[in-house]
Structures are given as structure tokens and as C-alpha cells.
Design a protein around this ligand. Sequence first.
Ligand SMILES: NC(=O)c1ccc[n+]([C@@H]2O[C@H](COP(=O)([O-])OP(=O)(O)OC[C@H]3O[C@@H](n4cnc5c(N)ncnc54)[C@H](O)[C@@H]3O)[C@@H](O)[C@H]2O)c1
Length: 183
Amino acid sequence: MAVRCWPCQAASLILILCVEYLAGGISLVMKKTILLTGATGYIGSHTWCALLAAGYDVVGLDNLCNSVAEVVGRVAEITQTQPCFVEGDVRDSALLGTLFSRHKIDAVIHFAALKAVGESVENPLAYYDTNLNGLLTLSKVMALHMVKNLVFSSSATVYGDPHMVPIKEIFPCPRPIPMVKPS
Ligand SMILES: NC(=O)c1ccc[n+]([C@@H]2O[C@H](COP(=O)([O-])OP(=O)(O)OC[C@H]3O[C@@H](n4cnc5c(N)ncnc54)[C@H](O)[C@@H]3O)[C@@H](O)[C@H]2O)c1
């Protein structure tokens, strides 16, 4: 884990500010608790460190399909805390229900996703299942527990090959390239 990667730290800081804004400002009395999905992944692990350093309680969730459990130890080492980690799948609504019942979650940062463009073309169903089902399952459990603050991480790849960088949100999102050519 490249902890000194400043773009990641900057991205994490922006996310924290978003969460802070969504969750209604800093509470001096009680720490806010964030459910961080995809916690042991690339962006998740940096965000985890930044959230802990900023004084949040974090429940990290990851099924380790694209990361390793050792990351939790690295987060502990870097932040000098004992991170709360749950190995599990974001599509598991029963597990999510348990997490929301056990912890008073104030906001969710959702990074648990599959993101490799080539692989998504080879195996689209797995991508729909994780990325859409994951988000839907999470949203439903959040609604059930009346948690309304969600930071969703999309992908710049939705903009295809942009005509200029940096990409602006107002840029058009081209239709995906069809996988089957007409015969
Ligand atoms: N890496 C980037 O530069 C970048 C930039 C912008 C947005 N994003 C988006 O941020 C998100 C995370 O990206 P990343 O680069 O950290 O990817 P990553 O693969 O390193 O992290 C994703 C994590 O989610 C976990 N995961 C996958 N499916 C899961 C499931 N069903 N349940 C629980 N955990 C699951 C994986 O094990 C992994 O640890 C993606 O949506 C990606 O599109 C990434």
C-alpha cells in the first residue's frame, strides 16, 4: 500500500469533507461512524487511514476478492489504532443488517466494486452483480436503517476517451462499445 501517494490522500481528504458535509458537521460530543466498503482496496485503504486520522470511527468491510487481509495490519500500524474490520460481501444484506444494527452508522463510503474495464467486457454479469447488486443491496439496508449519507465512487472511465483533461463532470458519457459486432 503506497501510503504517501498524495493524489490518494487528497482524494481521501475530499471524501472526508463530503462525508462531514453530508453528516451535518463535526460533533464535539460523539465520534461519527463511517461504514467503509472496499476498505482494504487501493482507495479504500488510503481513505481508511485518513478517516481514522481525522477522528472517525470506521467499520471496514471487504470480501478480499481483490485485496489482502494484511492491509488491516498496515492500517493499524500507520494509524496506531485497532481498525474494525469485517470480512464479508456488500451483496450480503443479512450481514449489512447486522453491521447497521451493531454500529450507529452515520454515513457510508462505498468503494466495494469491480473496476477492470477489460475484465468487465469478458465477464459482464459478474460486474453487474457486484457493482449494481452491491449498490442496490447497500442502499436498501441503508434505507431500512434510515442512513441517508452515501459517498459513491464512480469511475472516470464512464467518460471514455475525453477530448481534453482534466475531465469535467459536464462532459458527455458515451454509450458503451457494443460487445457483439453485427454480422
Ligand atoms: N483506482 C482509481 O484510480 C479509481 C479512481 C476513481 C474511482 N475509482 C473507483 O473506486 C472504487 C474502488 O477502486 P479501487 O481502485 O480502490 O479498487 P480495488 O479493487 O483496489 O478496491 C475495491 C475493493 O472492493 C473489494 N470488493 C469487491 N467486490 C466486493 C464485494 N462484493 N463485497 C465486498 N468487497 C468487495 C475488493 O476486494 C477490493 O478490496 C471502484 O468503484 C473504482 O471504479 C477508482
